[in-house]
Every structure is written in structure tokens, then in C-alpha cells.
Design a binder for this molecule. Structure first.
Ligand code: 1HE
Length: 269
């Protein structure tokens, strides 16, 4: 099934700053506010939460991308002016809820990045599982220079990707990283040429959609949690996850295919 469908229920519920469609097993979510460089206002963040919270069963992976010259300029700074402390906490928690639905949602999420991936835009990208970056991509955390702090889960997710020291440097000195530098430190998973990010992201999302659902569950839900456990608990959890996955009929038929010379071999090009 290769047809493109605007996705009914989500499509109607989403704000104008987001656009969803489905191509086969992949749902594509576009940030569509290019005149504001895909800055994330409240409406967009609530829309992201609604989208990832209501994926239909026919969706097996998601591709997240942005329209225009940049992936995302982060928090919509025009919404910040009048916020008091209580509202600030509620705002940050609303981002946490939305991005949790990406990181620990039902399906793996690939991001196709280009241009600015900054502030809350980087926090959004960090909540996805695989990041494809075109060479135009640059990463920054300009919160420091705006007198504010990350609020979309950046303090939790970014140190796990790049380390506390690098995040401190980015916030204190305004240092930016290119797509290529990002590959060396763990922000870019795949580096691609200009204009190739969407196609590569879609190819990967389709590849991921072919995995057994329990494998995708184990990798996105169990793996990051096991990595945070003490080793003893981690080994026990790993053994349980492995035994559950291998007992699934999807695993049994794939193993049988390989042993009967029908399954794919590992190749390296
Ligand atoms: C915005 C925003 C925004 C652009 N909020 N309106 N993020 C930042 O500190 C990044 C701020 N943005 C920029 O540094 C630049 O806009 C870009 C490098 C991303 C792009 O530059 P450029 O030259 O292509 O665009 P521009 O002319 O700066 O912006 C075009 C319009 O988008 C303009 O509005 P206009 O009405 O004058 O046309 C900009 O004001 C608007 N715009 N970025 C609001 N961010 C959960 S906590 C997360 C904390 C953060 O994310 S802090 C980091 C915020």
C-alpha cells in the first residue's frame, strides 16, 4: 500500500501549524509554520500530543519533519512575555507530556532535520528515536542568551545523548554544532545531502515498520529503561524481554524463514 492519505480523525483535530498524512504503514507529521520558522506555540505542542496519542493501529512508524528553511526555531518566544511562575510550570509540563508521547509512544519515530534545530526544536528532535540530518542542519540551545532555560525535557534527554558537559557548553557559550559535528557527538544519526532528508527518513521509517511489533516495543520502551537500571536489574529485565520477544509468533516465523533460506541475510554496502 503506497497511497498517500490525509489522516482523517487526526487531520481534522490538528491545528493549521501541523499536517498529517499516511503513506502505507508510515504516518508523516509536518511542522507547518514556516513563516515563523516552525516555532512551537501552545497550539502546536498540544497538537503534537494529540497526534501521537491517537495513532491508529495501521501506523507502524512515524516520520516527523518541518516545512520551509528550518526544522524548528524552538519555543514561540512571543508567548513567553506574560507568563508567571505557575503558568511557566504548566507550560513546561505540557511539553513533557507531548514529547513523552513521542519517546515512549506506541511506534518508533524518525525525524528528518534541516536548517535550525534549536532550543525546543532540539528538545523535540531529541525525543525521537532516529535523526536524519541534511548538511544544512545546525543544533543550538539559545536559551542561555534569552535568559531562560530548557523546558521540553532537554535536561533529561540531551545529557543522555551528548553528555552534561557539552550541553553546559552549548547553553553557557551559545556554541552550535553542524550536522556533521552532530554525527560525532550523537545528535545526527544519519547525515545526508541537501534535499535528501525526507526520502532517507521515509526509507528508514518504512524499514522500521517492517520489524516485528514486539521488537520495536523492546527497543523503544525496554532498552532506554534497562540502560538506566543497575546492572543486576538490567540483566533480569533483558532476559525477560528477550524471552517474551522470541516466544512471539512473529519471531518464530522470521527465524524459520532464515533457517529455510528464505529470510534476508545481513548485508553491508
Ligand atoms: C520566531 C521564532 C521563535 C523565528 N519564536 N517567533 N528560539 C530561539 O531563540 C531562536 C530564534 N530564532 C532565530 O534565531 C531565527 O529566527 C532563525 C535562525 C531560526 C531563522 O532565522 P531567519 O532569518 O530565517 O528568520 P527570522 O527573520 O529571524 O524569523 C522569521 C519570522 O519568524 C520572524 O517573525 P516576523 O513576524 O518578523 O516575520 C521571527 O520573529 C519569527 N520567529 N523564531 C517566535 N522562536 C520549552 S522551553 C524551549 C526554550 C526555547 O526553545 S528557547 C529558544 C527559542
Amino acid at each position: 500500500m503506497n497511497s498517500t492519505n490525509s489522516v482523517g480523525a487526526w487531520h481534522e483535530a490538528l491545528p493549521a501549524s501541523l499536517h498529517a498524512e499516511q503513506q502505507g504503514p508510515v504516518a508523516i507529521l509536518r511542522l507547518r509554520r514556516p513563516h515563523k520558522r516552525n516555532a512551537l506555540d501552545d497550539e502546536t505542542v498540544f497538537g503534537i500530543e494529540a497526534f501521537f496519542g491517537s495513532l491508529p493501529a495501521s501506523v507502524a512508524s512515524v516520520l516527523l519533519c518541518g516545512e520551509g528553511e528550518h526544522f524548528s526555531a524552538g519555543l514561540d518566544l512571543s508567548e513567553l512575555e506574560e507568563r508567571d511562575i505557575q503558568q511557566g510550570i504548566a507550560h513546561s509540563r505540557s511539553w513533557h507530556r507531548a514529547f513523552e508521547k513521542i519517546q515512549f509512544g506506541r511506534v518508533p519515530v524518525v525525524a528528518a532535520l534541516h536548517g535550525a534545530v534549536v532550543g525546543g526544536g532540539l528538545e523535540l528532535a531529541a525525543s525521537t528515536h532516529v535523526r536524519v540530518a541534511e548538511r544544512s542542519t545546525y543544533y543550538a540551545l539559545p536559551e542561555g542568551s534569552r535568559g531562560i532555560y530548557v523546558g521540553g525535557g532537554g535536561s533529561v534527554r540531551l545529557p543522555r545523548l551528548i553528555g552534561v558537559a557539552r550541553m553546559m557548553d552549548m547553553m553557557l557559550t551559545g556554541r552550535t554544532y553542524s550536522a556533521e559535528e552532530g554525527q560525532a557527538i550523537g545528535l545526527t544519526t544519519y547525515l545526508v545531502d541537501a534535499g535528501k532528508g525526507f526520502a532517507k527518513g521515509l526509507e528508514l521509517a518504512n524499514r522500521i515498520a517492517q520489524n516485528a511489533p514486539l521488537t520495536n516495543f523492546a527497543v523503544t520502551q525496554a532498552l532506554p529503561r534497562i540502560a538506566e537500571m543497575d546492572p543486576g536489574s538490567g540483566y533480569a529485565m533483558e532476559a525477560l524481554m528477550a524471552s517474551i520477544a522470541q516466544a512471539d509468533p512473529a519471531a518464530k516465523s522470521r527465524l524459520k524463514d532464515f533457517l529455510q533460506k528464505r529470510g534476508p541475510k545481513v548485508t553491508h554496502s
